[in-house]
Structures are given as C-alpha cells and as structure tokens.
Design a protein around this ligand. Structure first.
Ligand code: ASP
Length: 332
C-alpha cells in the first residue's frame, strides 16, 4: 500500500484508490501497446496544489476487462473501509472505463453513508496527445470534496461532467465524452474549481453480503431462439437478466422457456436493450410487460442490463428467502 500526501493537520481528506485502466496506461516498448503503469504517486504529483489533502493507495493496476468479481468485491470492501474513516471526506476510485459503470453502481447500491463515492478514468493514455486523465482526476477530487455532493452516493466524473452511477453508461468506444446518462443527462458539472449541482440523484442502498456469481445476462435479438436461456437454466444459474426488446418484450416462444426456467428456482429480471427508459408497456399481446409480470419476473426499471446483473447478484447474496429477493429488489 502506498500512502502519500497525508497530513495530521487536515481533519478531512480525499482518499484515492487506484485500480488501473487507461488513466494509468502508457505506451510500452515490449508489448507495442499501452499497459497500466502509473501508480498512486504519479497521480498525486501531477495534481494541482489547490486540491484538498489527499491520501492515495493502489489496489490493483489492471485493465478493467481483466477484473474478476473478486476484484470488484475487493474495491467495494476497500471503499467501504475508507468511507468509515473519520478523516476521509470522500473517496475517488480511478478505474478502466470498460467496466467502470458496474463498479460505480455496485458502490452506489451497497456502500452506506453520505460521503461522495466518485469514479473516474480516461479514454486516452498518458502517452497520447490530449491525455485527459489528470484533469479528470482533479475534477473527481473536487467533487469528492464538495459539500454539495454529499448524499449523492456513486457518481462518475469524466469530461467535466458528473453522472449518477445509476444512470450513467459508456456510450462510445473512443470519445473522451463517452460517459452519458441517456435518460437524465448529467447531475452536475465541474467548471474550473467549482462543482455545480444540476439535479440530486436518487439513491437506495441494499444490505451487503457479497455477490452471487451465478447470474447471467442475455440480450434479445430479432427472431432469436431461446436455447441460450435454456442452456443457462441447465447450467445452474441462480438468476438471469434478459435485455428485452423495446420496453422489455420477449418473443412468444421465449415465454414457456422463461416459465420452465423460473420453475427451477431461477430468478428472471427483465431489462431493456434500449439505452434509456423504464421497462413497461400496456400491450395485450403475449411477451409484453403483462405476460412477464404474470410469470413473476422482476423488472430492471431504469437500470441497464449490466447494472441489473450487479443488482441481482447483490440481492441474491443478501436474501434468505424468495420473499426477501422480491422485497430487496423492489426496495432499491
Ligand atoms: N481498456 C481500458 C479499461 O481498463 C479502457 C479504459 O480505461 O478506458 O477499461
């Protein structure tokens, strides 16, 4: 563990937890591509002097596509410890952008308290012209220290925008403006050294007993057979999130397979493959909201498929009974 910038005089400081990602990457002669290299000390020394007192440590230094559920669990556990400290006002996690939204949402939905939980990253490496990592990190620290960000829970700060963990998603493979909240827009902005609040994201926290790993995510496409759903059921999953069509609809031939899968004790959550919007419709034909509700499916509401999967993993690990699953799911 690397500890830097610690001052006994400052009662409250911002804790930075580094985990790798492009924000930590530089061109590497041996591999011919960018790999994670920058650590906590590099970040600290690059930040402007007018920021609050900082404490920084490295948890891992990996591309986020290499994270396992255990890595994500460790990030959550470490953040939960850091926010408990009376000398920490807020936490910033530097993270690869590929899976950043899932970690952001996990922190949002499981780490209690009103200290800001801020995730940031970069789309360009430190060897690229226009590397935006230090600017994003400085903005993230300002948000973590802002009294007006207290109670926001998990937020993602990149490109001077602040997005609620619940609604943000990575929408572009390369653009520095990749993080957007298609349904709601940003909840605030960082302008210079000022943090401007636009809206207050809603936040609900679930009890934490870890992540149930046996949860699958399936995406529906036109005319697709239900064999993948069948196969997932046969492999002993405990939960399946289906990214349905439009408002969460499935083809009629999926209905008996969903019914059979649920009869085996598998929880089925319906999300939408649309980038924005709730799962609901008023249709009378088979496969719409009415059918799936009658089958006992849970609904992702405004969560996208990958975040609904995280929520189902948290819910299944925390629940002691079927009634618990339903109650917990609907409570957050
Ligand atoms: N490959 C990177 C990752 O670790 C992408 C990024 O950080 O932008 O997710």
């Amino acid at each position: 563990m690397e500890e830097i910038g610690v001052s006994g005089e400052q009662p409250e400081r911002i804790a930075i937890l580094t985990t790798g990602g492009t924000i930590a990457m530089q061109q590497d002669g041996a591999t011919g591509g960018a790999v994670p290299m920058l650590g906590a000390t590099d970040f600290r020394s690059a930040l402007p002097a007018d920021l609050p007192e900082l404490y920084a440590e490295e948890l891992v230094n990996l591309p986020s596509s290499h994270f396992t559920l255990e890595t994500v669990r460790q990030i959550r556990e470490r953040v939960a410890v850091l926010v408990e400290r009376s000398d920490v006002a807020g936490v910033v996690v530097t993270h690869g952008t590929d899976t950043l939204e899932e970690t952001a949402y996990l922190l949002d939905v499981t780490v209690p308290g009103d200290k800001p939980l801020v995730l940031t990253g970069a789309m360009r490496t430190a060897s690229d012209v226009g590397y935006e990592g230090y600017a994003n990190l400085a903005a993230a620290v300002r948000v973590a220290a802002a009294p007006q960000a207290r109670g926001w829970g998990g937020v993602v700060v990149l490109n001077d925008e602040i997005h609620a963990a619940r609604y943000v998603t990575k929408i572009h493979t390369l653009s520095p403006a990749t993080f957007q909240s298609p349904a709601w827009g940003p909840v605030g902005r960082v302008e210079g050294n000022r943090v401007i609040v636009g809206q207050r994201p809603e936040r609900r926290v679930l009890p934490w007993r870890g992540l149930e790993p046996r949860v699958a995510l399936l995406k529906l496409t036109v005319g697709v057979e239900a064999d993948l759903l069948e196969a997932a059921g046969e492999r002993g999953v405990r939960g399946i999130v289906i990214e349905g069509l439009g408002g969460g609809r499935v083809p009629p031939w999926w209905i008996p397979v969903i019914e059979r899968t649920m009869a085996q004790g598998v929880w089925v959550v319906i999300a939408s493959r649309c980038p924005a919007g709730w799962v609901w419709d008023a249709y009378g034909y088979p496969g719409g909201y009415r059918t799936l509700n009658e089958l006992g499916c849970l609904f992702a509401e405004g969560l996208n498929g990958q975040k609904a999967r995280i929520k189902l993993m948290v819910t299944l690990a925390a629940a002691d009974s079927a009634a618990d699953v339903i109650e917990l799911w609907r409570s957050a």
